[in-house]
Design a protein around this ligand. Structure first.
Ligand SMILES: C[S@@+](CC[C@H](N)C(=O)[O-])C[C@H]1O[C@@H](n2cnc3c(N)ncnc32)[C@H](O)[C@@H]1O
Length: 271
């Protein structure tokens, strides 16, 4: 049991690794089993920067979310593939700007949903829904999403480090387009994605580990052009689609010297 009283591991098979729990491990969280840690260590043997890259992705998410709330005036958010929030969560960031800002987290992982449920208890303006990104219709039509989100007003849609777990055969670009078509003008897409550009060997080895060790993780990195394609119908805001640490760093000193080794691209688009 956690200090907050949530039994996050109840009913979860500890012998099957999960993307959400591996990510939690890389972020220094405690919602993971030895199976997850074993996979994480295999990944670290391939990519010793795994933790740094994970944290840089999380930092990108925080900066982009703050931009949406503080500069673009967005007041409602759907964060799909939200994971197991440790700190710097979307609701903390946006409700820090406006306590009335609304957030719906969406993940298919039961531990992510259980933990989000626990930390959001008592927060009237934030909630979590268990759903699969591959069924965009289900997400858009979900009764909780419909209750929390006013689709006639701008929405911040977050697809951060999740689309690289959707295989080509599941047509990720169509999924994003389906979600986009439900959004009012002024809505924003925040997206990050692993890229194989200049990192083909590492990203293929990492993807292989995920595909072999994690059920439901059809991991694959994509080219810059493919990732740009997810922004179809959105106008990228400055500085465009860049390596995550280069997206509006708080200070130049925050950009690692070896930034080219951070093989994920991040961007924000405006509808
Ligand atoms: C690498 S984590 C990213 C978490 C968070 N978005 C971030 O960037 O800090 C990916 C998350 O996407 C979730 N996920 C993967 N495939 C999904 C799917 N088809 N539907 C919903 N969630 C999915 C995983 O369970 C995991 O929590």
């Amino acid at each position: 049991m956690e200090a907050d009283g949530a039994d996050w591991s109840s009913g979860v098979d500890p012998t099957k690794a999960s993307v959400a729990r591996i990510y939690d491990y890389f972020l220094g969280g405690t919602h993971n089993f030895s199976t997850d840690r074993d996979v994480a260590r295999t990944l670290e043997a391939i990519e010793p920067r795994a933790r740094l890259i994970t944290r840089a992705n999380r930092a990108f998410l925080a900066r982009a979310t703050r931009f949406l709330a503080a500069e673009a005036g967005v007041r409602q958010f759907i964060d799909i593939g939200s994971g197991i929030p440790t700190q710097g969560n979307v609701h903390e960031i946006v409700q820090g700007v406006d306590p009335a800002a609304r957030v719906v987290y969406v993940d298919h992982d039961p531990v992510a949903v259980a933990h989000s449920t626990a930390i959001l208890a008592g927060n009237q303006n934030a909630t979590v829904v268990q759903a699969d990104l591959r069924d965009a219709h289900e997400i858009l039509e979900h009764s909780t999403v419909q209750r929390m989100i006013d689709f006639s007003r701008p929405v911040g849609l977050l697809l951060v480090a999740v689309l690289h777990f959707i295989a080509d055969e599941d047509r990720p670009a169509s999924i994003v387009a389906r979600l986009r078509d439900g959004l009012a003008p002024g809505s924003h897409l925040v997206l990050s994605h692993g890229t194989h550009q200049n990192h083909a060997e590492t990203t293929e080895a990492v993807s292989k580990v995920y595909r072999r060790a994690v059920t439901q993780a059809n991991a694959q990195a994509r080219s810059r052009e493919e990732i740009l394609g997810f922004f179809d119908g959105f106008e990228l805001v400055e500085p465009g689609l860049v390596q995550g640490p280069l997206w509006r760093p708080d200070t130049p000193a925050d950009v690692p010297e070896d930034v080219e080794r951070y093989w994920f691209l991040g961007g924000v688009g405006r509808r």
